[in-house]
Design a protein around this ligand. Structure first.
Ligand code: ATP
Ligand code: MG
Length: 735
């Protein structure tokens, strides 16, 4: 008992000693650590202060911006010297974004200032002195449009309204009334003439005949000028006052300009679809502008109303508000500036890197090249994927469908194909339709990681975008691609995926009250996809020899490739790569089903050497799949069958390939030759990757002569094949 008590006392004494001496030590350690941390923080702050650029947003307000994107930017870049390149880019992007916002704000100020300026003297008296001259000019420009004539045939009378900001002299009002009456009487119609006042015109007047407006008002003049200056302003070097000066000078010197346009009226708006009347001569596919500033595209013209899809938000569009014809078919910006960017279906930047300044636009709907303008597909477009380049080769200008159930690696194939175009002078466009935003972000990240964004544009209409944007996204992407194709370059465009595009079009069509046909899709869905895919082509030499290769993606349900949309797209394209769920789960990736995949352009798009070695491959693999199907029921197979099965299995193993690892053509040829000649007979499934690596490094480092020969892509002679066999035997001995 005593012993235990002594032990406890000893133990307590020991702990007390440790606490007394240890505490000092511990607090010393903590103290020194704290000091270290404070010091590090101080240092970090100092470096931040000295190295980070000082960018004061206050210094650029809408009032005083000498909005100088070009001159100031070089100064700003100088300030940034010494910091890392990526940080420098971010700072520059932030600055550009901020300046564009400030400029947009400044444009509203310009509008308000101009309205104020022109309602006062001396402009007021200057403009009123021009009224009769303007009226004469306006009358000269009047002409009846086909829409007006058609209206007169059914209604007999056409409404003519003269609206002015201030009361007009009686003689001018009478002159206009008489003129229009006489003009309509000539074709057997009558006028109903109205005179109104509207101070919102600021000054001047406008005449409405039917749906057409002949406008001599300051309101219209300002609308046009700000439209024009907005474009210059956004990319220019001028200040708010400079621009106001330009506008006022322009209006003083405008003489008596007459602007002609057509107006309509909103009837109903729902689910992104707007029905309108008026707009007598509108064309299919034309852009209209709503009063709130949103734009739309005409997709339906009926005798009494016009249906259009709205690009942006439609909550602010009111029934009865005005719509005007913009006078152009829906188009998107095109050009080299789009490379490396992520844009929406209208070609506007959505990657937070500021406005994209392009000089050209192309209509989103455009005629496909005619037959004489096309050349046969004869140049390969290597995807770097063994199973595709060997078995279903793709040529430049071809349309090859990637089809399969969900999660079978469709997007991966498309992205790998883009990665493999690095350094091959092929521009890539990835159109994401109805995808999740995360999927698109992943694709972008991957492309950026492997340096493929430099030659790629991502056009993105995600699942959260309106059906109208999803509908036009592939057309916009194609227009961007066509710009490069017609300038003689090669383009690879991926539509991921067209099943979702079909669904978006179905939604629009049903909302536009079009009758549905098979599987509830509108009858013209086939035409929609054919006119999209027909635009991919290889152009003839006279047109520059450019090409656009399309890889549309279609998602099937439970492997059913005979449903409506898959059969449609299969018949439009020049072949398909069918991805099999079963193969995918068996571990065969990419899960290309050799039996159902085909390339109708075929070996014309292969190098001679690949053609030489892969010719019999397809047949052998199809045989293997068939035999494998039978042999799984019974264990007993004869020697010959077993041999075929083994060889087939080994070839299937060799065709496996991980993501983001594209292989060059000579490596693919070498591997296929080695495996089909039985050099991999003793290699297990797990070891095939190691075998591949050994093979490639042996030819890269030891037999460079053969490697160089294979790289030429020309057919091998018998002696050369023997030489290759010998080299492979040599490798076997080394390993
Ligand atoms: P979704 O139908 O959702 O669009 P998808 O058919 O486009 O899918 P992916 O997103 O490309 O399929 O790929 C699905 C999964 O399969 C991914 O997790 C991917 O990592 C994997 N995968 C695809 N190809 C390969 C490959 N060659 N090797 C290994 N894994 C792969
Ligand atoms: Mg996908």
């Amino acid at each position: 008992m005593k012993e235990i008590i002594y032990r406890i006392i000893n133990f307590l004494i020991l702990i007390a000693l440790i606490i007394i001496f240890g505490r000092k030590k511990i607090s010393e350690i903590f103290e020194s650590r704290r000091e270290k941390i404070i010091k590090a923080l101080d240092e970090a702050e100092k470096t931040e202060k000295t190295e980070m650029p000082t960018f004061d947003p206050e210094s650029v307000s809408p009032e005083n911006v000498s909005i100088s994107s070009k001159s100031d930017e070089s100064e700003f870049v100088q300030k940034l010297s010494g910091i890392e390149k990526s940080e420098k880019e971010t700072c520059l992007e932030m600055r550009r974004e901020m300046l564009s916002e400030i400029r947009l704000e400044a444009i509203n100020k310009i509008k308000a200032k101009a309205v104020d300026m022109f309602s006062r003297q001396p402009y007021r008296s200057m403009l009123s002195s021009r009224e009769s001259e303007m009226a004469v000019n306006m009358l000269k420009s009047i002409h009846l449009t086909p829409g007006d004539i058609a209206y007169l045939k059914t209604h007999d009378v056409l409404y003519v309204t003269l609206t002015s900001a201030y009361p007009m002299p009686d003689n001018v009002v009478k002159q206009i009334g008489d003129y229009t009456e006489k003009m309509l009487a000539e074709i057997g119609g009558k006028t109903s003439y109205w005179v109104k006042q509207d101070p919102s015109l600021i000054d001047g007047f406008c005449l409405r005949i039917g749906d057409t407006i002949y406008d001599c008002s300051i309101k219209e003049e300002l609308y046009r000028l700000t439209e024009i200056t907005q474009k210059e302003f956004l990319s220019g070097d001028e200040s708010v006052d400079d621009i106001l000066n330009t506008i006022s000078k322009d209006i003083v010197n405008m003489g008596s300009r007459v602007h002609t346009y057509q107006l309509g009226r909103v009837l109903t708006v729902s689910d992104g679809i707007c029905w309108m009347d008026g707009l007598a001569d509108i064309m299919y596919g034309e852009v209209v502008e709503f009063e709130c500033g949103e734009f739309g595209m005409v997709l339906d013209i009926k005798s009494n109303k016009i249906g259009c899809v709205i690009y942006g938000k439609y909550e602010h569009i009111e029934s009865g508000s005005r719509v005007r014809r913009v006078g152009r078919i829906a188009s998107v910006p095109v050009g080299d500036q789009l490379l490396g960017r992520v844009v929406n279906a209208l070609g506007q930047s959505i990657d937070g890197r500021g406005i994209i300044r392009t000089t050209e636009r192309r209509p989103i709907e455009c005629h496909a090249p005619a037959i004489p303008e096309r050349a046969p597909v004869d140049t390969p477009l290597h995807t770097g994927i063994k199973a595709i380049d060997a078995l279903v080769p793709i040529g430049r200008g071809q349309r090859e469908l990637i089809i399969g159930d969900r999660q079978t690696g469709k997007t991966s194939i498309a992205v790998d194909a883009i990665l493999n175009q690095k350094g091959k002078d092929v521009i890539c466009i990835y159109v994401a339709i109805g995808q999740k935003e995360t999927t698109v972000a992943e694709v972008r990240e991957k492309l950026e990681k492997y340096g493929a964004m430099d030659y790629t544009t991502i056009v993105c209409a995600t699942a959260s975008d309106s059906a109208s944007l999803q509908y036009i996204a592939p057309f916009s992407g194609t227009a961007m691609g066509e710009y490069f194709m017609y300038s003689g370059r090669d383009v690879l465009i991926i539509y991921d995926d067209l099943s979702k595009h079909a669904v978006a079009y179905r939604e629009l069509s049903l909302l536009l009250h079009r009758p549905s046909g098979r599987e509830a899709y509108p009858g013209d869905i086939f035409y929609l996809h054919s006119r999209l895919l027909e635009r991919s082509a290889k152009l003839s030499e006279e047109l520059g020899g450019g090409s656009m290769t399309a890889l549309p993606v279609i998602e099937t349900l439970a492997g059913d490739i005979s449903s409506y949309i898959p059969t449609n797209v299969i018949s439009i394209t020049d072949g398909q790569i069918f991805l099999d769920t079963e193969l995918f789960y068996e571990g065969q990736r990419p899960a290309v089903n050799v039996g159902l995949s085909v390339s109708r352009v075929g070996s014309a798009a292969q190098t001679k050497i690949m053609k030489q070695f892969s010719a019999s491959l397809r047949m052998k693999l199809a045989q293997y799949r068939e035999l494998a199907g039978f042999s799984q029921f019974g264990a007993d197979v004869d020697e010959a069958t077993k041999k075929t099965l083994d060889a087939g299995k080994r070839m299937m193993d060799a065709l496996k390939q991980g993501r983001n690892r594209p292989l060059s053509d000579w490596k693919q040829v070498l591997l296929i030759f080695a495996v089909s000649e039985g050099f991999a007979d003793n290699v297990n499934t797990e070891e095939i990757e190691e075998f591949e690596n050994n093979l490639f490094s042996y030819f890269e480092n030891v037999r460079t002569d053969i490697k160089n020969r294979l790289e030429t892509g020309k057919k091998l002679s018998e002696e050369e094949i023997d030489g290759l066999r010998e080299a492979l035997n040599g490798l076997r001995e080394v390993v």
